[in-house]
Design a protein around this ligand. Structure first.
Ligand SMILES: Nc1ncnc2c1ncn2[C@@H]1O[C@H](COP(=O)(O)OP(=O)(O)OP(=O)(O)O)[C@@H](O)[C@H]1O
Ligand SMILES: [Mg+2]
Length: 237
């Protein structure tokens, strides 16, 4: 792929897994740690990432919003007719260094967005309150692997990294369900877990503040910086 834009798709097949949490914090890290321009594309019918930055739902006929600090928002909810999501045009890819996608839970939406945007990083959050949903990770990874193979079989040089982010869970809780060595065709990483902060993150999302803006939680910023550190994003260090 000769595209310069880095695409990060935040998704897991369970509601409340932490998709919006990682999408908004990572979008801000990218604008803070890199000189690049960031598009946060909210593909959820409930535009929580949009609302986080904009403070309210998009008004009718408003799907785009520009912010200071090189952050743009786009609400691109699933459509029931025609193409499920509006495509990102070549012109838009040229305009942005990073696209962060907050995708809704249905697995077919994740696969459609994979197909549409060929993300460089597939970020899979699993929050403590959804720890029962760890048992579905292998099926989710099998779906991803199949789709990634399909892209390669059609001639695309496509090697995304899949990063599983335990949010308040122990790494063992993930490892007990998934043996990443079984997925020989995709690069999978189980990231260092974030400290358990369920109440604090709920409050931050509700009050529309970044978690590191609260007293005593400033060091949570390094968690998100580390989460996004990857050889595909050399600008973050
Ligand atoms: N470090 C953490 N420790 C514990 N819980 C966390 C942590 N980070 C996030 N969570 C929890 O994860 C939950 C996920 O919230 P979030 O809205 O980001 O999920 P979502 O996947 O976007 O949900 P939805 O499917 O409704 O869009 C929140 O309840 C939040 O408290
Ligand atoms: Mg969400």
């Amino acid at each position: 792929m000769d595209r310069k834009t880095r695409v990060i798709l935040c998704n897991y097949t369970k509601g409340g897994a932490g998709k919006t949490t990682v999408a908004v914090h990572i979008a801000r890290i990218l604008t803070e740690q890199t000189p690049g321009k960031v598009l946060l594309m909210d593909c959820d019918s409930r535009p929580d990432s949009w609302k986080f930055f904009a403070g309210q739902r998009p008004s009718p006929n408003q799907a785009r919003l520009s912010f200071p600090h090189r952050l743009d928002l786009w609400w691109n909810p699933p459509q029931s007719k025609g193409a499920r999501f509006k495509p990102i045009t070549k012109r838009e890819y040229k305009q942005y260094n990073f696209v962060v996608i907050d995708a809704d839970a249905p697995p077919e939406d994740a696969l459609t967005l994979l197909d549409n945007t060929l993300p460089d990083i597939f970020l899979v959050p699993i929050a403590e309150s959804q720890s029962h949903a760890t048992e579905d990770i292998p099926i989710f990874l099998e779906d991803l692997e199949r789709e990634i193979r399909f892209q390669r079989d059609s001639g695309i040089d496509y090697n995304p990294t899949v990063k599983i982010a335990p949010l308040g869970l122990e790494i063992e809780e993930i490892e007990a369900e998934v043996d990443i060595r079984l997925f020989s065709d995709i690069e999978i990483e189980i990231c260092v877990p974030m400290q358990s902060l369920d109440k604090e993150i709920r409050k931050a999302l509700k009050e529309k503040n970044l978690i590191w803006e609260y007293p005593n939680l400033a060091d949570t910023k390094s968690y998100f910086i580390n989460l996004i550190k990857d050889k595909k994003i050399p600008e973050v260090n």
